[in-house]
Design a binder for this molecule. Structure first.
Ligand code: HEM
Length: 251
């Protein structure tokens, strides 16, 4: 066959990725079970419209954020991995937008005021910054006209804000869960009502998911290694810029 087989993944990475995906699927199932068993299910043109909100937010702003494309497809061409990364985040954005529309629509039909709670402020901040992050990501990394130097300068910020917004989304979900329990089962929550226990479990799963995914994302030696041709390109660029600026100062 052509060429040697791709190098194996680092020890531990596959196990962590598997645990993260298992946790992700469990937290989606737990969200569905909570809304289905205790909140009447999910529907658009009905009083159940509100329930579309938590479902879409957990799916779009948490689960789909953490498919770990660059860790899983470590040896694929950068171009296709990048396109998949942008596409999945685009899908996550659309799902999150549906969730945001659902809660505003539901508030409108029930004449409930908008944007008064800490949850709604943190949630809206997470959503708007995520939209900005996606637009900037497309502009810097997908537009062929963006220079290599601009991309390299923006990349650390994109990585930091990606992780920070993922953490902020989980925090917003925890606030949303607590708020929803206090709206719906205020009197029985302190007596370990089954709905409260299930929703608390969802909160703990969200925290566990965030920790495992955060660990995978911050392990330097688990980052996608550059392919030979990418390495050659960046060496060319380095030589070029060092030649242009003999002082060699960089930030
Ligand atoms: C990152 C995820 C989330 C984001 C970005 C988000 C965003 C928002 C926003 C912007 C509002 C205000 C809507 C308005 O004022 O009309 C809102 C309301 C609400 N959300 Fe979320 N949400 C998220 C997750 C969740 C989750 C997981 C739950 C519950 C399980 C939840 C429960 C609620 C509740 C009960 C309200 C109505 C009360 C209020 O306005 O604070 N949210 N959310």
């Amino acid at each position: 066959m052509d060429g040697p087989p791709p190098p194996a993944s680092p020890a531990g990475l596959s196990a962590y990725v598997a645990v993260s995906q298992l946790l992700g699927l469990t937290l989606l199932a737990t969200t569905g079970a909570w809304l289905g068993r205790y909140r009447g299910g999910v529907a658009w043109d009905s009083p159940l419209q509100f329930n579309v909100h938590p479902l879409c937010m957990v799916l779009g702003m948490v689960f789909l954020q953490a498919l770990l494309v660059y860790r899983v497809f470590r040896h694929e061409a950068k171009r296709s991995t990048k396109a998949l990364h942008a596409l999945l985040h685009g899908l996550a954005l659309v799902i999150a937008l549906v969730g945001i529309i659902a809660v505003f629509e539901s508030h409108r039909t029930k004449s409930i005021p908008n944007m008064y709670s800490l949850h709604s402020w943190c949630g809206m901040a997470a959503f708007v910054l995520y939209l900005l992050q996606w637009l900037l990501g497309c502009g810097f990394f997908l537009l062929p006209s963006t220079s290599f130097s601009l991309r390299s300068r923006y990349k650390p910020q994109h990585i930091f804000f990606g992780i920070a917004l993922f953490a902020l989304s989980i925090a917003a979900c925890l606030l949303g869960i607590t708020e929803m329990l206090l709206f719906n089962i205020r009197d029985s929550y302190s007596h370990f009502a089954p709905e409260g226990v299930l929703a608390n479990t969802l909160g703990v799963l969200l925290v566990a998911f965030g920790l495992v995914v955060g660990y995978v994302l911050t392990r330097d030696d688990w980052k996608r290694p550059p392919l030979a041709e990418e390495l050659a390109l960046s060496m060319d660029f380095k030589t070029l810029t060092e030649h242009e600026s003999p002082s060699g100062s960089s930030q």
